[in-house]
Each structure stands twice: as C-alpha cells, then as structure tokens.
Design a protein around this ligand. Structure first.
Ligand code: FES
Length: 120
C-alpha cells in the first residue's frame, strides 16, 4: 500500500520532511536528477521559500559556493557567490550587487503531512 510520502499530491515531487530545513538554513535539491541542484529551499522567519538555482545576473549560473550554502553567514540574505549579489530570502529581490532590482525565480512548494513537495 502506498503512503503519502511515496505518492504525495499529483504532479508534485517530494523533497524532504519540511522540518529538516531549520530557521535561516538552506538546502539544494536535484529533483530531476540533472547532476546538480536545480533549486534550493530557504526557511526565513518560519516560512519555506523555493528558488531556482539560477542567478539573474548571468542566467543559469549556479549560486552556492558549496553544497547547500546559499545564505550569508548571518542567514539574512541569499548570496550568489559568483559576484556577490544578495537577495531577500522571502521575495527573491536582489538588494545588493550587479543585478540589483532583479529577482530570483520562485518555485512552487507544498507541505502535506509535514512532507515538502515541489511542483514537478
Ligand atoms: S552570476 Fe550571480 S552575481 Fe554574477
């Protein structure tokens, strides 16, 4: 018999348990098995936000300097380590750096029974 964890909402792929990502933490995922993380999740002021791992400064540029490292040391901004652009964790707006005023691309998320899903 299939469980919620195995199935989830139709058209959504399971990433992890939602409580595995703590406050001011980030984590990358490769749900399509492309060989690198295509998206990342951050928890900011209690809420989870999903973003495409592609900097608007140079489209498609991956942002982390090492696995799961998408935030600054304080956990207050998403940082692209290529050229130092800083983004708000909740809106994806670039507030500092070469693409100031541009935004990250949001990924739709769903939490069902404590499991985190992404639109597939
Ligand atoms: S590629 Fe992200 S700041 Fe340049």
């Amino acid at each position: 018999m299939a469980t919620t964890r195995e199935v989830g909402p139709p058209g959504w792929a399971r990433l992890c348990r939602s409580d595995e990502i703590g406050e001011a933490q980030s984590r990358g995922f490769d749900p399509d098995h492309e060989g690198q993380d295509s998206l990342f999740i951050v928890r900011w002021q209690g809420d989870l936000h999903g973003w495409r791992n592609a900097c608007p400064h140079i489209d498609g540029a991956p942002m982390a300097w090492r696995r799961d490292a998408y935030l600054n040391a304080e956990g207050t901004r998403i940082v692209c380590h290529a050229h130092g652009a800083e983004f708000m964790p909740d809106t994806g707006l670039c507030v500092q750096g070469p693409c100031r005023g541009e935004r990250l691309s949001r990924i739709a998320l769903a939490v069902v029974d404590g499991e985190l899903f992404v639109k597939s």
